[in-house]
Design a protein around this ligand. Structure first.
Ligand code: GLU
Length: 257
């Protein structure tokens, strides 16, 4: 299977913004194992701004553009250093690709992006994609990595998109506020009711929230790709998802296998 895995900042970093070493080590181990088993993995990793903010000792996620861009420049290095180091332990080669919204809109650049990812996969490398946050400003921004994950999944014709977050999936209401909130296991159609369930924002250092995840689900399922939202706190959840077990929320593309 060709799988795009998006990991959010809240999964990668502690509330301090600093790297959650135990979590990232476990994630890299599982992804390396999946790759050893023959799956093709493309990672969409957030965390540049959050980790840069942590490393620069900023107390919150920066809101002004120059600080965000500076934090991303610092954090992206830290991210890739960490992935390179950890994946190397399992003999896997990582590759960094940073893109902006403009690259996706421009046909030639989008094609170049697709070609690079495909060639990297042929060469056995593990592409790690993030938005080029040090360059992307409002006009050219994709804005969130859930959408970027869906764009990447579509571009490389993935079999599955997995969004790992700090929430178990899509609930009928915000589970932090409503005890009766129920986890939806399967979503066959993204109806207005589903869109209404998306209130609530992400964590202190992350960007997304449910809204961007549903937007990603729409892009992926429209392209015939199933998408799963699951909690990344236990990285072995990836095995369960790939084995087709009932974890998280699965958005069904309707494509007949
Ligand atoms: N590209 C951003 C970062 O690496 C994250 C965007 C997102 O999490 O949606 O910090």
């Amino acid at each position: 299977m060709r799988i795009v895995i998006k990991i959010g900042t809240s999964t990668l970093a502690h509330k301090s913004g600093l790297l959650n070493i135990r979590r990232v080590e476990a994630l890299v181990k599982v992804m390396s194992d999946l790759k050893n088993a023959g799956d093709e993995i493309i990672l969409v990793s957030s965390g540049a701004i959050g980790m840069g903010a942590g490393k620069l000792s900023l107390t919150d996620r920066p809101s002004d553009i120059p600080t965000k861009q500076a934090a991303a420049a610092v954090g992206q290095c830290e991210l890739m250093y960490t992935y390179d180091k950890l994946f190397s332990e399992y003999n896997h080669t990582v590759a960094q690709i940073l893109i902006t919204g403009e690259d996706i809109e421009n046909t030639v650049r989008r094609k170049n992006f697709e070609n690079t990812v495909r060639r990297l996969l042929e060469l056995g490398a593990l592409p790690i994609i993030n938005e080029n946050d040090s360059i992307a400003t409002d006009e050219i921004v994709i804005g969130d990595n859930d959408t970027l994950g869906a764009i990447a999944a579509t571009a490389v014709n993935a079999d599955l998109l997995i969004l790992l977050s700090d929430i178990d999936g899509l609930f009928t209401a915000d589970p932090h506020k409503d005890k009766n909130a129920l986890l939806l296991k399967r979503v066959e159609n993204i109806t207005p009711e589903i869109i209404k369930m998306t209130g609530g924002a992400g964590s202190r250092f992350g960007t997304g929230g449910m809204e961007t995840k549903i937007k990603a689900a729409k892009i992926a399922t429209d392209a015939g790709i199933d998408m799963v939202i699951a909690n990344g706190k236990d990285p072995s959840v990836l095995y369960d998802i790939i084995d087709g077990k009932n974890v998280g929320t699965r958005f069904i593309s309707g494509k007949v296998e």
